[in-house]
Each structure stands twice: as C-alpha cells, then as structure tokens.
Write a protein that binds this ligand. Structure first.
Ligand SMILES: *Cc1c(COP(=O)(O)O)cnc(C)c1O
Length: 426
C-alpha cells in the first residue's frame, strides 16, 4: 500500500503550511527547549496552555478585587452561573444536549457520584464489568463501591482481558462476556479510549449490547474527550465522566465533567446531594428539602471554582471555533503520518501497540520499544533530552499523542528522526 506521506522536512513543512487548522498552534504556549520549542506529544496527559488563559484569569481576579461578593451578580460573566458558561461548548465536544453535561469536581469524584446513582446492585445482579489493566482510579473506585454495597470484588468485579495480540479487546469478546455474565452484571464501565493501549471503543455498540442484557452503562472518557468526536446522547449511555486537563487543555487538576443521559434528567435516582444541585429557581430559599435541578446540573454539590473554570471556558471556546470534525480529520492525518513513519522507517526499533484501524484509535499511539525496558528507558530519556516530550508506561511503552490543535507534521518527523539518531548511535 502506498501512502501519500514522505519522510522529508520539505514534505512535512509543506503539509503544515497547507493545514487549515495551522493558526490554532499560535494560540498555545509551546514549552521552550534549548534550540527553540519542544515537540510536545503529551496532550494525553497534560494539554498545553492557551495563551488567552492568563488574561482571562486576571479579569476574574480583578472582578473579585473590585466587586467582592457582588462579583456573583456583576462583571462580564457573573460567577453565580459560571458553570453554565462552559456548558454549550462542552456539550458540543461530547455530542450531548446541554442539559446532559456539567463541569464539576474531578474525574474520581464524579465517578463515585455517578456510581451512587447508577450502580444499584441487588443479590442477583451485583457485578461490574470493566477492562483489565484499567487506570488505577477506576479500579479503586469500582472495587470500593462494590465493597461499600457489601459485596466482594472477587465475585462482583469482572475484568475483561484483551483477546487481541497487543492486549486490545474485540467487540466479539465483549459480546461473549456479556452473553456469559450479562444477567449478573449491574454496570458496564468501559473507557472511551483505553489509556494504556490507545484503543477506542464503540460507545453505541457497547451500550446497545449491554442494555439488551439489562445492564446500566457508564464510560470513562478521560482519553476520549477532546480527542474523538463523541455522540454521547445518541450512544444511549446512562452516564459518563471525564477529566479536562488532557486533550481539553483546561490546566493541571482542571475541573472534570459528567454526562447524564436526558432520559434520567428527572428520574428520582438516589444521589449524594448538595445545595448547588438543588433546583436553581428555589436554591436561595435555602429550604431543608432537596429538590434536584433537572439534568446533569442536579448532581452538583458545591458552588463552582471560578478560577479553575476559566481555563476550561477559554479552551472550549477554541474547540468551538476549530470544531471536533475538523480536528478529527487532521488528527487522522497526523497520527496516520506518525504511524507511517514508525512502520516504514523504524520497524527495527519500535512496534505499535495501538490498533492499526484508525476507527479504533484516537490521537495516541502506544509504541513499544523493541529490546525491552533498558532500551526503552534509554530511548525515552534521549527523546526528552532532545525536546521530544512523550510519556512512559512500564515496562517498555512510550505514548506519543499528536494533538491536532497544536501539533504539526514536522513534530512527527522530528520524533522519527530522533529515534533514528538514537538507534544509529548505539
Ligand atoms: C487521567 C485519568 C484519571 C485521573 O483521574 P483524576 O480524578 O482526574 O485524577 C482517571 N482515569 C483515567 C482512565 C484517566 O485516564
């Protein structure tokens, strides 16, 4: 198969110059390196800072200084309704109705809050299905919820192992597992994109299957949000949670997000309640009885952290202008180029773990270093010293994620050339 790619600086430069999204890179602070800028491939871990964030935070600090408590009602964006200022753009990014999403807390907290409502185990149906090798928080949260309800993780936590060569999971395997265990599974909790392998899952197919077996369905979208154009509402999933500091570029420890499907908007679900989730129209009557605001907003506990929401507001506005469809189109090209470089130039050094089918992955390629951990660490350190920023996953994987908002084809080429230099020196 011939690809429309070339491994030359001239080709990469021309391709970057022809990129309709190229101007977005200038809206970000690219961390400097000795001889210019880093080639930053870590948007799957901490996305870069939009330049406009600093001034936007300063504006809120100024309102606080000038208005004090009045800042809740005055200023360009009164704090009282601040989480609503990110809602429409957030809904766009995840393919939801605005009432279905809320920016609040952090991923781990939201996962627990959602499970309080959506994991309702009974003696006959108490199990949770998740992927083996999940991110620690997810496993800890699920396991502790099972124990909290008086069940045992040994019996109630089903971890589906990868059935494909690189540890990825086929739909057929998910289907088999549901056929076997579906009647005792209360909740199916899977990732949008698996953090270790980079595998993307078909949310709708999984939801349809799991619902057929009577299971509730939730997704952890930590690595999917801002990476893939999601259709959360149409997927039919019951809930989803995510963090916003990865592809969403909302800053270290950013406010997370949650999705609750519209069909649950007014359902009398058990939940852990707080005053900010109370019906907005009567919240300030400060009554003793909790009446939830319909929709995802009804899961809020506290009044939102204004300074922490500012970067998200700025960042989501960038996503709105760029558009998830256009970002995905570029992402397919960019990651396709990285893949092509690895397969055609570096197959003696590297092996790709992430599925080859672009429909089954997002921006990230998880790349195994042939020769094991010592070789892998040596290469990773060499890349870092040379301003090529990816991240390391034990025992031998480097994750490289070109983010279409700020990465260039030239970055992918720089990665490949650095790997070759490292290899040739050895
Ligand atoms: C990044 C990530 C987390 C981190 O959770 P926080 O609560 O934001 O610290 C959890 N789960 C997955 C799958 C992740 O990728």
């Amino acid at each position: 198969m011939s690809a429309p790619f070339e491994a030359t600086a001239a080709w990469a430069r021309a391709r970057d110059a022809a990129d309709p999204l190229r101007a977005f890179r200038d809206e970000f602070l690219i961390p400097p390196h000795e001889h210019g800028e880093t080639h930053y491939f870590c948007g799957n871990s901490l996305g870069l800072q939009p330049r406009a964030v600093k001034e936007a935070i300063e504006a809120e600090l100024n309102y606080w200084g000038e208005l004090g408590v009045e800042g809740h009602f005055k200023g360009r964006l009164p704090w009282m309704d601040y989480h609503e200022f990110v809602r429409d753009h957030l809904a766009e990014v995840v393919g939801a109705q605005p009432e279905e999403v809320v920016a609040m807390n952090t991923l781990g907290v939201n996962l627990h809050l959602m499970m309080v409502s959506f994991y309702r185990p009974t003696p006959d149906r108490h199990a949770i299905l998740m992927e083996a090798g999940a991110f620690p928080t997810d496993r800890y949260a699920l396991e502790s919820q099972i124990r909290y309800h008086g069940f045992s993780p040994t019996l109630s936590l089903i971890e589906i192992e990868g059935d494909e060569p690189n540890g990825t999971i086929s739909m057929a395997h998910i289907e088999r597992t549901l056929n076997e265990h579906g009647s005792r599974i209360a909740l199916v909790m899977l990732p949008g994109v698996q953090y270790r392998t980079g595998q993307a899952f078909d949310l709708k197919a999984i939801t349809d299957l799991a619902h057929k077996h009577g299971c509730t369905v939730g997704f952890d979208l930590a690595h999917a949000v801002g990476n893939l154009p999601l259709q959360l509402h149409d997927s039919g999933a019951d809930f989803a949670i995510w963090c916003s500091y990865k592809y969403l570029n909302s800053g270290p420890g950013a406010v997370g997000g949650a999705f609750v499907h519209a069909r649950h908007a007014k359902a009398a679900l058990p939940r852990f309640a707080g005053w900010w989730g109370h019906d907005k129209t009567t919240r300030f009557q400060m009554g003793p009885e909790f009446v939830p605001t319909p929709g995802a907003d009804g899961w809020q506990l506290s009044n939102p952290p204004i300074l922490a929401l500012v970067p998200m507001r700025v960042s989501l506005e960038i996503f709105h202008r760029a558009g998830m469809r256009r970002l995905r189109e570029k992402s397919l090209q960019l990651t396709g180029y990285l893949e092509w470089l690895v397969r055609t130039q570096l197959s003696d050094v590297l092996d790709i773990v992430t599925p080859a089918d672009p429909e089954r992955r997002g921006a990230q390629l998880s790349i195994r270093v042939l020769g094991g951990r010592t070789q892998g660490r040596s290469l990773f350190d060499y890349l870092t010293d040379n301003g090529i920023i990816g991240d390391w996953r034990e025992p031998d994987v480097i994750r490289i994620s070109p983010a279409p908002l700020y990465n260039r084809f030239a970055d992918c080429l720089a990665f490949a050339e650095a790997v070759r230099r490292w290899h040739d020196k050895r």
